[in-house]
Design a protein around this ligand. Sequence first.
Ligand code: PRP
Ligand code: MG
Length: 193
Amino acid sequence: QQSATKSIQSKSVTHNDWPIRGVGFLDISPLFLSNKDFDNVLSYWQHRFQGVDLVVGLEARGFILGSAFGQKCSLPFMMMRKKGKLPGTLLSEAYCKEYGRDEMEIQENILSYLPNGTIPKDRPLHVLIVDDVLATGGTICASIELTRKLLLIHNVKNFKISTAIISAIKSLNGKEKIYEKYNDVNIDVILDI
Ligand code: PRP
Ligand code: MG
């Protein structure tokens, strides 16, 4: 974890009062310009999350992180998008985040495209949700709820959900909020700020 933490510390910038006054926005864009630092993060997750079956990436930076991780570990990757971006029959979940309301969506039939054998028969399906920042926890809670809805619709009742997050804003107590609602979800944050 140490090298992943160092990579994030050296390749992220906090922008004060953005997008609104009072919010400190942690921007990890520089991380993607360094293959070595980006890979330190992916390697940490690879070590930390062995036995994952499916990766879910949250728009927008969770797409970059999650799809890179999925590709590195040869795991299927699924997008969870902001409202209005996906075609087809959708499942959606509205939520409150640090600066306003939002809604996440996922395609209802996306699991039918999973490679055969992705859903294990003799142990829980392990889903890893990936995002860049944990603030109030609204986004992650909505993504957990949506993942659960999706799995239950497809009759997958035996599953376990973990979340991989680059950085959490400690003062907003996002982790505690998630644990309150979902005490069985494993939350991994590389850097608490
Ligand atoms: C940011 C960040 C997280 C979310 C965390 O995304 O990337 O996804 O806020 O906030 P929360 O814990 O209070 O829910 P945002 O929705 O602002 O925009 P994005 O599309 O750029 O990811
Ligand atoms: Mg986001």
